[in-house]
Design a protein around this ligand. Structure first.
Ligand SMILES: Cc1cc2nc3c(=O)[nH]c(=O)nc-3n(C[C@H](O)[C@H](O)[C@H](O)COP(=O)(O)O)c2cc1C
Length: 238
């Protein structure tokens, strides 16, 4: 019937034409990129990000935190700007990501969105976010709200990421960090531990099968049709 639609269940367990299982198990530390959405000197979304990075390292992950200072607005410069290149290379390096935005006027901050807007969904055959895991967090000055994390979830879907169920929203963030920027013990802190633990688990479980999970019937069909068109054009020219 549909030539490009495989037996998904069988295919997951076994590579086609092989008696070896499709999956291999990577043993390196999960690679997590953390992005935050503020340029303020005393930024609580940065403090929360650094706290998350410490937890991730404790849980066995390798982490990188991108500093958004100096990143131009989307399309204000060419994509070979050093900060844009750095961001894209980190996205490619990552197997999972954490996005932490302040809530500003009931939305994620422009600094947060600008970073995602600089990461292309695809560069040729390479997709810097597709199939990677994602955890979303936000800080607010007011009472607890979920506006920014809800928007980050939509953005994660748009970037074809595996956004984990748990999330963190730290209300009145100015009360939750000490002078040195460390997070005080609280149920908010415990939630961040939960979120990072879940992120590491999802990353370990999905990273080796991520190309398989994101392989789409409609895209295989499109590629097959494009190939057929090229071949028939070649025949016509000859
Ligand atoms: C322009 C602006 C808009 C803001 N809008 C909201 C808001 O809608 N809801 C809220 O709870 N806090 C709001 N805040 C407070 C910030 O979320 C809070 O200061 C937060 O800590 C900023 O993140 P940062 O510390 O990482 O810079 C706003 C702050 C600014 C400057």
């Amino acid at each position: 019937m549909i030539a490009t639609l495989p037996n998904v269940a069988a295919d997951l367990l076994q590579a086609p034409g092989s008696d070896k299982p499709r999956t291999t198990v990577s043993t390196h530390r999960p690679r997590i990129l953390l992005l935050y959405g503020s340029l303020r000197e005393r930024s609580y979304s940065r403090f929360l990000t650094l706290e998350a990075a410490r937890l991730l390292q404790h849980l066995g992950a390798e982490t990188r935190v991108f500093d958004p200072h100096g990143l131009p607005l989307p399309d204000a410069t060419a994509a070979d700007h050093p900060k844009v290149r750095e961001l894209r290379e980190l996205a490619l390096w990552s197997e999972g990501q954490v996005w932490t935005s302040p809530e500003r006027h009931g939305a994620m901050s422009a600094v947060m969105k600008a970073q995602i807007d600089w990461i292309p969904l695809s560069v040729g055959a390479v997709r810097p976010t597709q199939g990677r895991t994602l955890a979303v967090m936000q800080v607010s000055g007011g009472s607890q709200s979920f506006n920014a994390v809800n928007q980050l979830r939509v953005l994660g879907r748009w970037m074809r990421m595996i956004t984990i169920p748990n999330q963190s929203s730290v209300a009145k963030a100015f009360q939750e960090f000490d002078e040195a920027g460390r997070m005080r013990p609280s149920s908010y802190y415990d939630r961040v531990v939960d979120v990072m633990e879940e992120l590491v688990k999802f990353t370990l479980l999905t990273r080796d099968v991520s190309p398989y999970l994101t392989d789409r019937y409609s895209e295989r069909k499109e590629a097959a049709e494009a190939l057929e068109a090229r071949l028939s054009l070649g025949t016509a020219v000859r």
